[in-house]
Design a protein around this ligand. Structure first.
Ligand SMILES: CC(C)(COP(=O)(O)OP(=O)(O)OC[C@H]1O[C@@H](n2cnc3c(N)ncnc32)[C@H](O)[C@@H]1OP(=O)(O)O)[C@@H](O)C(=O)NCCC(=O)NCCS
Length: 219
């Protein structure tokens, strides 16, 4: 088999033209995927919402969303195509999301994650999210609690230095090499996440249920 040339991942705004591919990633990532209309409504009608995609050429390989509410950035969704995991796509998306949040005046970023979702927790910890609370039985499919994780001040020295260091590390990573099948060569995520149809990272509820009054941090 002949390997293809390395490719660059580009992080970009999500558009409605991306939604078919976003839905594919949803279905393989979450046990309770948002329905197709949810993203369309987020893109077209929610002024608080900002959604990004990671692209390889015209292929969407990951996406992330955030609601910017007053001075808080609330991460609403985050997923990487299964065959593209462990290649730094999630990191690129998270860096872009945090940069966007800070540029738009958010003082901190917050999110919910399942205690059982080790890959996501490790990613968020790497980027400075720390545990601040628990939402009991948050996930409606299995009643798992949600951990609430929040960053330090986005414009503070700690977060700025952390992001600068991680941004530099990501920039130094070799470009992703694809095999003849068009998929990244060597995918450790396949090993760690094998066995489950959907890893179910994080959201039990649709975005139209996730209203600002529902997403305040618990004490
Ligand atoms: C969580 C997720 C987005 C990570 O995306 P990814 O592109 O594979 O992540 P990256 O390659 O950028 O990894 C960055 C860091 O995340 C952590 N990480 C990601 N996957 C991991 C895994 N399988 N095991 C252990 N750590 C992992 C590590 O800290 C890693 O840093 P390292 O390479 O220095 O060890 C991806 O696993 C996913 O889509 N999961 C299903 C959906 C989901 O859980 N979404 C989160 C909702 S809260």
């Amino acid at each position: 088999m002949v390997a293809r040339p390395p490719v660059a991942i580009v992080v970009d705004r999500m558009t409605v033209d991306d939604l078919t591919q976003v839905q594919e990633i949803e279905r393989e990532s979450f046990t309770t995927p948002w329905p197709p209309h949810a993203y369309r409504s987020e893109l077209e009608s929610n002024r608080l919402a900002h959604y990004l995609v990671a692209r390889y050429g015209d292929r969407v390989v990951g996406f992330a969303g955030v609601w910017l509410m007053v001075d808080e950035a609330h991460v609403t969704t985050f997923a990487v195509r299964r065959s593209w995991r462990r290649q730094g796509v999630g990191e690129r998306l998270l860096i872009a999301l945090l940069e966007l949040a800070e540029a738009r005046g958010a003082s901190e970023a917050t999110l919910e994650v399942r205690p059982s979702n080790r890959p996501a927790r490790l990613l968020y910890e790497k980027y400075g999210f720390g545990l601040v609370g628990v939402r009991p039985r948050y996930y409606t499919d299995d009643n798992e609690d949600a951990l609430i994780m929040t960053t330090a001040a986005l414009d503070g020295r700690l977060m700025r230095e952390r992001l600068a260091r991680l941004r530099a590390e990501v920039a130094k990573r070799p470009e992703i090499e694809l095999g003849a099948d068009g998929l990244p060569i060597g995918r450790p995520a396949e090993i760690e996440t094998a066995g489950s149809q959907a890893d179910d990272g994080g959201r039990a509820i649709e975005p139209n249920v996730l209203r600002p009054s529902n997403v305040r941090k618990s004490s």
